[in-house]
Ligand binder design. Structure first.
Ligand code: PMP
Ligand code: GLU
Length: 397
């Protein structure tokens, strides 16, 4: 008898989470693994945010809130959207969720019927695909090339659109490539979607504040399509709050109401204490995030320069987020002690085994011949990781 649902059969385990689990297990066995798999800032949450949470506990802010988040928080997020992104939402167009991951799931479940097509520029963030599968949607991939800084073009997207297209999901700055779309590129893409009024767009801007070129642009400001853009953001990355589980989105009232309805049946809203912390975080001057951003940039430069010394690692220059996504085709077909490296997943496990460095295979992001390295670790650790990788890769013949 089959006990579990067919829905579950469609779903893969999150590869980012799986690699992090594996490296935790190895560490627990006393093996010295450097974990560069999970995308999670290694900084503490800023003090004013922690203080706000402590105060919320002391003041007994410990009851269910409005499902979409308590009103003052949604008003504060509306203010943040206006301040940082020139996006104009009322509080009833904002839904706060248990992480941006849930915000995306809420939207996809609100929009997608079985068989609807969802356009995913690849490389895409790992969970987009499985959330689409959970909703019974059909993913349509559009491959961005490393030569084009891993950005899809308007022309490519135009070709992918069919009468079944219902949604596109993309991130900028992008996980896993660090690419940042310019205003011009977003406008060109918007022009394509302006001619297709049934297609929604999720603009995932969770890495907004980890941007090394100082220019973040929001798709939702472009007037021809703005009513169909759902802007997702969250606290996890900019404020080093992955464990607090707060994400949010701004959208049309119709989409916000739909997400509230789903959330009301599934979680009743996110943690009240974390919401109070989020209130403080979104109203803080964004400059509080700058020192983390600058540290990420230094690490990026260090890793890129160390990677130049490793044969066959082809990369773009990531303008944001904290990942490097090298093309490792050079190593395919090589072997170690008779064991062939057939694909990037084999190489990833070889590096885990031999170099004790945990990365994530590109297949998790829809791009086979790549590996993702999260440089959210101290420079000292990164230098050691790159040294180990270089030595292990040199042993492949
Ligand atoms: N979107 C992107 C592109 C991400 O990398 C992540 C990873 N944290 C998320 C959304 C989800 O973030 P969270 O659920 O922690 O807010
Ligand atoms: N988003 C992070 C990553 O890509 C955290 C893991 C996850 O949420 O899947 O590694």
């Amino acid at each position: 008898m089959q006990t579990l649902s067919s829905r579950l059969g469609r779903l893969s385990e999150s590869q980012t989470i799986a690699m992090a689990r594996l490296s935790r297990e190895l560490k627990a066995k006393g093996i010295d693994v450097i974990n560069l798999s999970l995308g999670e800032p290694d900084f503490p949450t800023p003090t004013p945010i922690k203080e706000a949470a402590k105060k919320a506990i002391d003041e007994d802010f410990s009851h269910y809130t409005h499902v979409s988040g308590y009103l003052e928080l949604r008003q504060a997020i509306a203010q943040k959207f206006k301040r940082d992104n020139n996006l104009h939402f009322d509080a009833d167009q904002i839904v706060v969720s248990t992480g941006a991951k849930q915000s995306i799931a809420n939207v996809v479940l609100s929009i997608i019927n079985a068989g609807d097509e969802v356009i995913l520029p690849a490389p895409y963030w790992v969970s987009y695909l499985d959330i689409v599968k959970l909703a019974n949607g059909k993913a349509v991939f559009v491959n961005a090339e490393i030569e084009n800084d891993f950005k899809v073009t308007a022309n490519q997207l135009e070709k992918a659109i069919t009468p079944q297209s219902k949604l596109m999901i993309f991130s900028s700055p992008c996980n896993p490539t660090g690419s940042v779309y310019t205003q011009k590129e977003l406008e060109e893409i918007a022009e394509v979607f302006a001619a297709h009024p049934n297609i929604y767009i999720i603009a995932d801007e969770i890495y907004e504040h980890i941007n090394f070129i100082g220019e973040h642009h929001s798709m939702g400001t472009i007037s021809s399509i703005k009513d169909r853009v759902i802007t997702v953001n969250g606290l996890s990355k900019a404020f080093a709050m992955t464990g607090w589980r707060v994400g949010y989105m701004g959208a049309s009232k119709e989409i916000a109401k739909a997400c509230d309805k789903i959330q009301g049946q599934v979680t009743s809203g996110t943690c009240s204490i974390a919401q109070k912390a989020a209130y403080t975080a979104v109203l803080l001057d964004p400059s509080i995030t700058y020192s983390m951003r600058d540290t990420f940039k230094k690490r990026r430069d260090r890793v890129l320069s160390l990677m130049k010394d490793i044969p066959g690692m082809k990369t773009n220059i990531p303008d944001g987020a904290f990942y490097i996504f090298p093309d490792i085709t050079y190593y395919l077909g090589k072997s170690y002690e008779g064991k062939p490296i057939k694909n990037a997943t084999d190489l990833c496990f070889y590096l885990l085994d031999k170099a004790r460095v945990a990365l994530v295979p590109g297949a998790a992001f829809g791009s086979d011949n790549y590996l993702r390295l999260s440089y959210s670790a101290s420079e000292e650790v990164l230098v050691e990781a790159l040294k180990r990788m270089k030595e292990a890769l040199a042993q492949l013949k």
